[in-house]
Design a protein around this ligand. Structure first.
Ligand SMILES: Cc1cc2nc3c(=O)[nH]c(=O)nc-3n(C[C@H](O)[C@H](O)[C@H](O)COP(=O)(O)O)c2cc1C
Length: 403
C-alpha cells in the first residue's frame, strides 16, 4: 500500500512540474505575443474612400499592430502632408475629347502591369491578417501588378513566391551587417524568381515613432528573412531591429548590391535630386522617391513636393517609382504628371488585407483602377503617356496658405 501511495505521489509531483513548465511557457509566450490575434477575414471590401479603411482597419487590427502600421514619425506632420500636398496642384479638366475608355496599363523595368500602381514593401503583414504577405501577394497577383516584399516580411520569401504563382515580385533589401546573409538572401530571392532588388536607403536608423513608444510595441511574430545571427526578431521593437541592420550606408553599398545580383537594383528613399544623381552614378537601375510614408524624418517635405525636382534631375535616364500618400486616382494622376513612371501604395494594401484578406487587397486595387479611369476621362487623357504629358496647374490659394 505504502508503495502505491509513494508511486502516486511521485506521479503527482511529476504532473505538477509538467503543468508548471507549460504554464510558465504560456505566460512567457503571452508576454511576447501580447495575446496577438490577427484578422482571418476573407471577403471583398466596399470602398467609397480609401481613407475610410483606416478607421475600419483599426477595429480589426490589435492596437499595438495598428499603431505600428498606421503611425508616422513624431507628430506625423510629414505623414499628413504626404496626402495634403497633392491638393497644391490642380488637374485642369479637358472636355470634348471623346475619351470614354482610357487605357491604364503600363510597364516598368520590362514588366507589364494592369495599372500604374504597385504594392510598396512593408514589414510584417502578419500583424494585419493571418495570411500575412502570402495573402497580399495573392491579392496583388490577382490585380495584375507588382508585389514588393520587405526584408521584414512575416511570411518567408518562398511562401510569398508560391502565393504569387509567377506574378511579378520585387524583393526589398535592408542590408545586414552579416555579409553572408546579404549574399544568401539576394540569391534566394533571385532563385525564387523575384525580378528586382529594392535597396532601401532612408532607414539607417528608425524614425522616432511616438505611437510605438506609447504602445511599447514589440513584434509578436518572427521576421524570417532577418539574419539569425544579428537579432531574434520576435519580441523586439522596430528600432532594435533597425539597429541590428547595416546602418552606415554610402553609394558603395549600391555598387555592392549590384555586385551580388544580375537583377535590376532600385534605390528606395530618395528625396533630393543630388542623391538621385549619386544613386544613378553608383549604378541604380531605378529611383524610388519616398519618405517611407512619413515614418522616418518628421519635418521632411511631403514626398510629392520633391518629386518634380528629382524627376527633372533624373531626366528619364532611369524609371522613377513614387510613394507616400497615394490614396486616390487623382493622386496617381498628379504623381505621373510630375515625373513618376509608376506609384506604390503601402498602408492601403495592409488595410485591405486586414479587412478582407487577399480579396480585400484586390478591392483596393480595383478601387484605384476605377478611380484612375474616372479621373482620366474627366481630364481627357487617353493613356498613361497622355497623363505624363499633362501640365498641372499650381493652386494659387495653396501657395498663399503655405506661407
Ligand atoms: C507598416 C509599414 C511598414 C513598412 N516597412 C517597410 C520596409 O520594411 N521597407 C521599406 O522599404 N519600406 C517600408 N515601409 C514604407 C513603404 O514601403 C512605403 O514607402 C510607404 O508605406 C508609402 O506610404 P503610404 O503608406 O502612405 O502609401 C513601410 C510602411 C508601412 C506603413
Amino acid at each position: 500500500m505504502k508503495k502505491i501511495i509513494f508511486i502516486l505521489c511521485v506521479c503527482l509531483v511529476f504532473l505538477l512540474i509538467v503543468w508548471l513548465v507549460g504554464y510558465m511557457h504560456n505566460v512567457q509566450a503571452e508576454k511576447v505575443t501580447g495575446g496577438y490575434i490577427a484578422s482571418t477575414r476573407d471577403t471583398d471590401v466596399e470602398i467609397v474612400d480609401i481613407d475610410d479603411l483606416e478607421d475600419l482597419a483599426e477595429q480589426v487590427i490589435p492596437s499595438g499592430g495598428f499603431g505600428y502600421i498606421y503611425g508616422g514619425a513624431e507628430t506625423e506632420f510629414t505623414m499628413a502632408r504626404n496626402e495634403s500636398a497633392f491638393d497644391c496642384v490642380d488637374i485642369v479638366p479637358r472636355v470634348l475629347t471623346g475619351v470614354v475608355e482610357p487605357d491604364i496599363t503600363t510597364s516598368i523595368l520590362g514588366i507589364d502591369i494592369s495599372l500604374p500602381v504597385i504594392a510598396a514593401p512593408a514589414a510584417a503583414h502578419g500583424l494585419a491578417h493571418v495570411s500575412a504577405e502570402a495573402g497580399s501577394a495573392r491579392g496583388v497577383a490577382a490585380s495584375g501588378t507588382i508585389m514588393s516584399v520587405s526584408t521584414y516580411s512575416s511570411s518567408t520569401l518562398q511562401e510569398i513566391a508560391d502565393a504569387g504563382q509567377g506574378a511579378p515580385q520585387w524583393f526589398q533589401l535592408y542590408l545586414s551587417k552579416d555579409k553572408d546573409h546579404n549574399r544568401n538572401i539576394v540569391k534566394q530571392a533571385e532563385d525564387l524568381g523575384y525580378r528586382a532588388i529594392i535597396l532601401t536607403v532612408d532607414a539607417p536608423v528608425g524614425g522616432n515613432r511616438f505611437r510605438d513608444k506609447y504602445n511599447d510595441f514589440k513584434f509578436p511574430l518572427e521576421l524570417p528573412n532577418v539574419a539569425k545571427k544579428s537579432i531574434k526578431t520576435k519580441g523586439q521593437g522596430i528600432n532594435k531591429i533597425f539597429s541590428a541592420a547595416q546602418n552606415e550606408l554610402t553609394p558603395y553599398d549600391i555598387m555592392y548590391v549590384k555586385s551580388l545580383t544580375k537583377l535590376p537594383v532600385i534605390v528606395k528613399g530618395i528625396q533630393h535630386p543630388d542623391d538621385a544623381e549619386t544613386a544613378i552614378l553608383a549604378g541604380a537601375d531605378a529611383i524610388w522617391v519616398s519618405n517611407h510614408g512619413g515614418r522616418q524624418l518628421d519635418g521632411a517635405p511631403a514626398s510629392f513636393e520633391v518629386l518634380s525636382d528629382v524627376a527633372k534631375r533624373v531626366n528619364k535616364r532611369v524609371p522613377i517609382i513614387f510613394d507616400s500618400g497615394i490614396r486616390r486616382g487623382q493622386h496617381v494622376f498628379k504623381a505621373l504628371a510630375s515625373g513618376a513612371d509608376v506609384v506604390a501604395i503601402g498602408r492601403p494594401v495592409i488595410y485591405g488585407l486586414a479587412l478582407g484578406g487577399w480579396r480585400g487587397v484586390v478591392s483596393v486595387f480595383n478601387y484605384l483602377k476605377d478611380d484612375l479611369r474616372r479621373v482620366m476621362i474627366l481630364a481627357g487623357t487617353e493613356n498613361i503617356d497622355d497623363i505624363k504629358n499633362t501640365k498641372l496647374r499650381p493652386r494659387i490659394s495653396c501657395v498663399n496658405s503655405c506661407e
